[in-house]
Design a binder for this molecule. Structure first.
Ligand SMILES: NC(=O)c1ccc[n+]([C@@H]2O[C@H](COP(=O)([O-])OP(=O)(O)OC[C@H]3O[C@@H](n4cnc5c(N)ncnc54)[C@H](O)[C@@H]3O)[C@@H](O)[C@H]2O)c1
Length: 340
């Protein structure tokens, strides 16, 4: 019998629905979803009733009442710092959604707080846990393409993300915070740590406040170079949402991923095509199923890490490195002027 871990979830909005199903699916692994919290009772109550958890409208009350072994924060970024600090004060191992904080100052503060208190803190950074990208990482590790020395990593879509997340239209720092964190994290996972970054940002949709397109150029410590891109303004047919597509070249081969989670692996002159499309879980739906399955995989990884008493792969410390890239990209964007 696995020892049960009492899980509490804060924020019962749009994306949290995936977390809730994931925690329920992880019951055989010992996840016991005991409490949910949302400042809006109209969100907390139905979620509590549906998922069989006690519901709260105040996080402090939830922490004081429950004996949690893990808290999952699925609110928008503005609330991450106060909620993470609250969880750490209560000594509860904590996961927070991306983006980790509103700026690098907040992120450093949370890293420091968790370190000082010795409390587990991780970011729900799920893209590296999508089935196709786990497969790509595995292929690289196998040595099939030799050492990777060039890559293009892109999330380009025209999917109407504003329908589910209307607040994104108002974000001043928009796509780098929303998607850049994901694709930059993938770049670190696949090609290693980064030494230089430059960025060009665009606002191609005039009805949103922040940048909706980012094109970045990275040099990794290994010497590899990558082009990392994200946009919500692509008009391609078919649309690849919500897939991160990669092209990676190495000394002896290459990996190219295609829409539908197909991975083409060229190795020493031969081509193999791998199908890495995840199953559509009972509570999932296309086209979100790739992301939804990754939420389950991410939550499973968190549960196992907490149980083993080790940091998550996407620990606070690790995610600080991804976040530093976002800050550097904002700082760099458009700075280098041509001087003929
Ligand atoms: N990893 C991914 O693939 C992915 C996808 C979508 C969204 N997200 C992230 O998930 C987070 C939530 O996004 P969303 O679209 O679900 O937002 P949302 O606004 O739909 O939901 C957030 C919920 O948190 C509640 N809330 C706010 N402050 C609170 C507090 N102090 N205590 C308790 N509840 C509080 C709100 O009432 C709301 O119901 C964001 O950080 C977003 O970037 C991640």
């Amino acid at each position: 019998m696995v020892k049960k871990i009492a899980v509490g979830l804060i924020g019962c909005g749009f994306f949290a629905q995936n977390h809730l199903h994931a925690w329920k699916d992880l019951a055989p692994d010992g996840a016991n979803l005991v409490a949910v919290c949302d400042i809006d009772p109209e969100k907390a109550r139905p979620v509590g009733e549906k998922f069989g958890a006690r519901w709260y409208t105040d996080a402090e009350t939830m922490f004081a009442t429950e004996r949690l072994g893990l808290v999952d924060i699925a609110t928008q970024v503005r609330t991450h710092l106060p909620l993470v600090e609250m969880a750490i004060r209560h000594g509860v191992p904590t996961i927070t959604q991306k983006p980790f904080g509103q700026n690098i100052g907040e992120v450093r503060r949370m890293v420091k707080a968790s370190r000082a208190a010795g409390v587990f803190l991780a970011v729900h950074e799920n893209f590296r846990f999508t089935r196709p990208l786990l497969k790509v990482a595995e292929i690289i590790k196998s040595g099939a393409i030799g050492t990777p020395n060039w890559a293009r990593i892109g999330f380009r879509t025209g999917y109407d993300i504003y329908a589910g997340q209307p607040y994104l239209r108002e974000e001043q720092r928009f796509i780098l915070m929303d998607l850049g964190v994901h694709v930059l994290d993938v770049a670190r996972v696949l090609l290693g740590e980064v030494e230089h970054i430059t960025a060009e940002l665009q606002r191609r949709n005039p009805t949103v406040k922040g940048e909706d397109t980012a094109t970045m150029l990275l040099r990794h410590a290994s010497g590899a170079v990558s082009v990392v891109e994200c946009t919500y303004e692509s008009r391609r047919v078919p649309d690849s949402f919500p897939e991160t597509l990669v092209e990676i070249e190495g000394e002896t081969g290459a990996i190219v991923s295609r829409i539908g989670s197909k991975i083409e692996v060229s190795s020493n002159g031969t081509l193999e095509v791998i199908d890495a499309d995840p199953p559509v879980l009972p509570w999932a739906a296309r086209p979100w199923h790739v992301a939804q399955e990754s939420v389950l995989t991410t939550c499973r990884h968190m549960l196992r890490s907490v149980r083993a008493g080790r940091p998550a792969d996407t620990s606070a410390e690790d995610n600080l490195k991804t976040f530093a890239l976002v800050e550097a990209a904002y700082e760099q964007a458009g700075k280098v002027r041509l001087k003929p």
